[in-house]
Design a protein. Structure first.
Lengths: 168, 458
């Protein structure tokens, strides 16, 4: 992996650097942005905003809820307890268990979706600098074409970084 | 104005440095927990007869503690979720303190049905699986509903607590060395802080908040149905579910304020947990004081007006009988003391809210006790009336769980920043985004409270 990046003290300069990189014909998917907090108010902080988490949570809830109801109902039929003439499969008590498992499914689906979608395959190249934890914003380019190397460096410097770092 | 780096230093200090104050607090708590463990082992060895529960009062301190701790657990996740969805900016330094309470209180509460079992090593019979008795547990039993509700709430609460910790663990990873670095590298799960990761995290938290609120309400409703589904005087009431939920939120907020006041002093977080947080939570608590009074009067008035013999026997037992001292102490702790402290603005200080909250915690424990024991002691037939006196075993275990809560809280503060650092920084950032230069003092205020500073004050 070859990469080049700069560290920016504030989101304004980071946004400027991203804009300049685009002007230098660097594609969005090659630009890496890392920060120690979300920057939703800036364009660079709103990349990759499409997510299916709420939908998958709903689906997880549905699957778990239906599964729980079937589990309870089939169990009650398979092992019928004396109910004194009341229904063997009772909707109200089963409804409570179904409700809890629906929520359980939604929680699990949210967790699993978060863990599996928070990384994308192209992030196998892991650019990082511990200075990000001190509040710096890292803007970098992974594997820039040799021809545009100088342009990328220039764009990063013009954004306002004090130094440009090369990896390796 | 504090920089992100200074925020890191302030909030990571307890993780990297252990002062003598930690041991002064930790050792007595650990000894009390050990004593409780010893009492529990003694109970297992000797049999449940060493506890004070006797016919007809089979639910005593243990089930009181169960209901109480489940109630306290409503402090965190529920309040945090509501404040997140309402986008209350002042929540930032408060949410993690609250969410931790939920996880620990719920874990402690869930232990009590097991402690209460005559043979606790058979607790797994509660789990629905086909067993050697050739039957499955009864899905109509509220106790099984409890199991499902508490499991769901605990899973949700642990997730709700841990997810926003991941970015903070990444900061600790970058600051630590040696075994700590290895530990936090594993815990940070490769967090780097890409816009995608931030967005997924925030969406997951939002989704979780939407899911967790109805779960929290259902948990204490189901706990109330443990009682309300039984035809026992003063239990069989339709008001029980909302009464329990309101009581749970009431005791939960009180527990949160006590914990925050303790943390503020103990971890020197005066700059982060400011009077405005206690003021806001105090207002919320004041509303719950009034709601508690409303529910208590509604419940008592309906019983008195109905004038049924069996219910009136329990009613008078708590109003002017042997349980009356506890009842009136409860009213004093839940209303008479906290109401003026919270209603009068001058008294709604950090000390005022902490005192009010402490009395409420005591009052709400008494309320749980008074719901359970008098009704069981005076059921329908006078020949089966009885009494209850807790033994040293129950008292030791009860005290031990309070100590356990404190101990777990202290230990948590040693491994995790007790205030969410990235959320605090986000608050700081928002004032930059607005493009408004702030004075140092006002920026600090805006950072921790979320209150917007007027242009004339800049």
């Amino acid at each position: 992996m070859k990469a080049v990046y700069g560290l920016y003290p504030d989101p304004d300069s980071a946004q400027r650097a991203v804009d300049l990189l685009r002007d230098a014909n660097v594609k969005d998917r090659s630009i890496v942005v890392l920060s120690s907090e979300p920057f939703d108010a800036y364009e660079f902080g709103r990349r990759d905003h499409k997510t299916v988490i709420p939908w998958l949570a709903a689906l997880g809830g549905l699957v778990c809820g239906v599964g729980a109801f079937l589990f309870v109902a089939f169990t009650q039929k398979a092992y019928p307890l004396p109910t004194g003439g009341m229904p063997i499969v009772s909707l109200w008590p089963n409804g409570i268990i179904t409700y809890e498992f629906t929520m359980f499914g939604a929680i699990l689906a949210t967790l699993v979706t978060l863990v599996t979608t928070a990384r994308s395959p192209r992030e196998s190249v892991r650019l990082y600098d511990p200075e990000v934890s001190n509040g710096k914003i890292l803007i970098g380019v992974v594997n820039p074409p040799e021809a545009s190397w100088t342009k990328v460096e220039e764009a990063l410097r013009s954004g306002g970084t004090t130094s440009v770092v090369h990896c390796p | 104005m504090k920089s992100p780096n200074e925020i890191n230093e302030d909030l990571l200090r307890p993780l990297f440095r252990t002062s003598w104050r930690f041991f002064v607090a930790f050792i007595p708590l650990a000894l009390l927990v050990l004593a409780a463990c010893g009492a529990f082992v003694y109970q297992m060895w000797s049999g449940i007869g060493v506890a004070g529960i006797r016919r007809p009062v089979f639910w005593g301190f243990y089930i009181t503690n169960f209901v109480f701790w489940i109630g306290i657990s409503h402090a965190g996740t529920l309040i945090s979720a509501i404040l997140r969805l309402a986008n209350a900016t002042w929540r930032r330094p408060v949410t993690r303190c609250a969410e931790v309470i939920t996880v620990f209180a719920l874990s402690i509460g869930a232990l009590f049905p097991i402690i209460h079992l005559g043979r606790p090593w058979l607790f797994y019979w509660l789990v629905p699986y086909p067993n050697e008795r050739s039957i499955w547990p009864n899905f109509r039993s509220p106790l099984l509903w409890d199991l499902t509700a508490i499991t769901t709430y605990l899973t949700g609460s642990v997730s709700f607590l841990l997810l926003p910790i991941i970015p903070d663990w990444a900061v600790v990873r970058d600051k630590a060395a040696g075994w700590r670095k290895r530990l936090y590298t594993a815990l940070a799960l490769g967090w780097r802080g890409t816009p995608k990761q931030w967005h997924r995290l925030e969406t997951a938290m939002h989704t979780m908040a939407v899911v967790i609120i109805p779960v929290a309400v259902s948990v204490h409703s189901i706990v109330s149905w443990d009682f309300a589904m039984a035809p026992v005087p003063m239990w069989h009431s339709t008001i029980f579910a909302p009464y329990f939920v309101a009581g749970a939120i009431f005791s939960g907020i009180a527990g949160l304020i006590v914990a925050m006041a303790f943390l503020r002093k103990f971890l020197r977080l005066e700059e982060y947990l400011q009077p405005i947080h206690f003021d806001n939570l105090g207002k919320l608590l004041l509303m719950m004081v009034l709601l508690w009074l409303y529910f208590t009067i509604s419940e008592r008035l309906t019983t008195w007006y109905g004038n049924q013999n069996d219910e009136m026997a329990v009613f008078w037992l708590t109003q002017r009988g042997s349980f009356a001292p506890l009842f009136w102490v409860m009213v004093f702790c839940n209303f008479v003391i906290p109401f003026p402290l919270l209603a009068i603005k001058k008294l709604r200080t950090i000390t005022g809210t902490a005192i009010a909250s402490s009395t409420i915690v005591v009052g709400m424990w008494l309320e749980r006790f008074l719901i359970i024991v008098p009704s069981l002691a005076h059921k329908y037939l006078p020949y089966s009336w009885g009494s209850y006196r807790p033994t040293w075993v129950e008292i030791t275990i009860t005290v031990g769980t309070f100590a356990g809560m404190g101990m777990l809280y202290l230990l948590f503060g040693k491994f995790v920043p007790i205030i969410s650092m990235w959320e605090l920084k986000t608050g700081l950032q928002k004032s930059f985004v607005a493009g408004r230069p702030l004075s140092a003092a006002n920026a600090r205020l805006e950072l921790v409270t979320g209150a917007e500073i007027d242009a004339t004050d800049r």
